[in-house]
Design a protein around this ligand. Structure first.
Ligand code: NAP
Length: 282
């Protein structure tokens, strides 16, 4: 068996094409704040700005020096909150060492109405209520859900196993899958016999950050495998899943690159459009 390739590139192209008329009408603007020169961040930001340009959405890259102080960064966040022309903004993570421990304070300072990464407690909390309250959901889990929907992969009554419990991927994704009637197991570094868990998955999602951590023996034949991981190995972007071996037994699988990355960007742009709609309503 050779797995169906779940292409985030083609799914995101369709989602963005569908958003184009709304973008033309609403004219939203996304601001991406970068502090320092983390090479991974620079490449992700380039993708975000490029996608905005392609879909006709205004965007701006605010690039601050690595030595920027917490108070200067918080001042910029306050300015962006107050600027009526800015629909939404994100502070690209990771931040330089001296700011990293302040990430919760920085996220808390972002106006929930402009929190298009969906990382703040208000938008995360709404995700807990039900599917109907997923207004600005965290971009990567929302991108995964959109990819499953695009390929018409049923979620209800399936057993989804997520490896990774971060606040930006694993935990919110678990809730979003529960909202869609999946039965969800969340695994992490303290999970005993992870392979026994992952082998039960109808849908297996890896969000760990360890290249090729998920091996063929950890996957049930016929499972849908979603690889969120992005690590650099010899300069090459590598996922958490041993793609070559697992595509032989999975029913569907995402590639890295070209899988969840483009879906995250599409989801960010969709959030920006949704934020603008709400701002106009209010
Ligand atoms: P994170 O905050 O570092 O979380 C990693 C998770 O993996 C943690 O829950 C950790 O468990 C778990 N883990 C680590 N080692 C493990 C092990 N040996 N067995 C089982 N679980 C283990 O990472 P993240 O921010 O969620 O990101 C995960 C990966 O996705 C990274 O490669 C990141 O670059 C990528 N990512 C990609 C996108 C995209 O758009 N493509 C977006 C976001 C993230 P503990 O909680 O017990 O420590």
């Amino acid at each position: 068996m050779s797995a169906l390739l779940l292409s985030g590139r083609s799914a995101s192209a369709k989602i963005l094409a569908d958003l184009k008329p709304k973008i033309a009408k609403l004219n939203p603007k996304l601001v991406v704040v970068q502090v320092g020169d983390d090479p991974g961040s620079s490449s992700y930001i380039k993708q975000k700005i490029k996608s905005c340009t392609e879909v006709g959405m205004r965007s701006q890259h605010r690039h601050l020096q690595a030595a920027t102080s917490l108070s200067d960064l918080l001042k910029l966040v306050a300015d962006l909150n107050a600027d009526p022309d800015v629909t939404g903004f994100i502070v690209q993570l990771p931040l330089p060492e001296h700011l990293q421990s302040h990430v919760p304070d920085i996220i808390r300072a972002i106006d929930p109405k402009k929190d298009v990464d969906g990382f703040g407690a208000y938008n995360l909390g709404k995700v807990f209520l039900s599917k109907d309250f997923e207004h600005l959901p965290p971009a990567t889990p929302a991108g995964i859900i959109m990819l499953l929907e695009h390929y018409k992969i049923p979620v209800a009554s399936k057993h989804a196993v997520i490896v990774g419990r971060s606040n930006i991927v694993g935990k919110p994704l678990a809730i979003m899958l529960l909202n869609r009637d999946a039965t969800v197991t969340v695994c992490h570094s303290k999970t005993k016999d992870l392979a026994a868990m992952s082998r039960h998955a109808d849908i297996l999602i890896a969000a760990i950050g360890k290249p090729k951590f998920i091996t063929k023996d950890m996957v049930k034949p016929g499972a849908v495998v979603i690889d969120v991981g992005t690590s650099r190995v010899d300069g090459k972007l590598t996922g958490d899943v041993d793609f070559v071996a697992i595509q032989e037994i999975a029913s569907a699988i995402t590639p890295v690159p070209g899988g969840i990355g483009p879906m995250t960007v599409a989801s960010l742009i969709k959030n920006c459009v949704q934020a603008k709609e709400r701002q106009i309503e209010k």
